[in-house]
Design a binder for this molecule. Structure first.
Ligand code: 5GP
Length: 207
């Protein structure tokens, strides 16, 4: 059956833990491929070029914008981030399920181009918890911490544009919910159900 894969878009405020949930999801579910984003921000300790991100110069990123190579891109905290388009198209066409972990501006762009995607918003249990998590990560200066927190607060309004929300109380529970969402979406009755009906019909006729 030539079934297209699912596009799963996970976003939410920085520090809500969407990265950790996505890592746990792909650890559990080997049928999901992750889109590696491009960014102009500097690598953090332990990050690997081509795996964590494609780390690009501003010039290289802008060349990719010029050649329409991004499914979406956005400026997040003074840096560019974007999803290379061809990888996503090829994997979906091959029937694979593709996971994007991107910010809200990017998710809204993807929704306009690909409304059949599954849009999932990850929330922290509370703002206090969010502050704790960002501080604990230790990668922010006091200034950028405040910037991320105030952004997070205003971004929560955008949850109305999403299909599902997950409160990240524990990684295990949040990932269970994400897996349930994906399972439910795989069972959705859509245009592709015709293929299944046809198969049953053929089986009946040939019996
Ligand atoms: P970080 O610098 O902490 O890795 O990521 C900062 C923010 O950029 C996070 O909210 C992350 O989800 C988002 N981000 C990562 N990759 C992309 C991308 O390809 N496109 C967009 N729009 N946002 C991204």
């Amino acid at each position: 059956m030539n079934q297209k894969g699912l596009l799963i878009v996970v976003s939410g405020p920085s520090g809500a833990g969407k990265g950790t949930i996505c890592k746990e999801l792909i650890h559990r579910d080997h049928d999901i491929v992750v889109s590696v984003s491009a960014t102009t921000r500097a690598p953090r300790a332990g990050e690997i070029d081509g795996k964590s991100y494609h780390f690009l110069s501003k010039e290289a990123f802008e060349t990719m914008i010029g050649s329409d190579s991004f499914l979406e891109y956005a400026q997040v905290y003074d840096n560019y981030y974007g999803t290379p388009k061809q990888f996503v198209i090829d994997r979906l066409e091959a029937g694979e399920n593709v996971l994007l972990e991107i910010d809200i501006q990017g998710a809204l762009q993807v929704k306009r181009k690909y409304p059949e995607g599954i849009f999932v918003f990850v929330l922290p249990p509370s703002m206090k918890d969010l502050r704790h998590r960002i501080i604990h990560r230790g990668s922010e200066t006091a200034d950028s911490l405040e910037k991320r927190l105030s952004c997070a607060y205003s971004e929560i309004e955008y949850i109305k544009n999403y299909d599902y929300f997950i409160i990240n109380d524990t990684v295990c529970h949040a990932t269970d919910i994400l897996q349930s969402v994906i399972t439910a979406e795989k069972c959705r009755v859509n245009a592709e159900i015709e293929e299944i009906v046809k198969r049953f019909k053929e089986e009946m006729e040939n019996a």
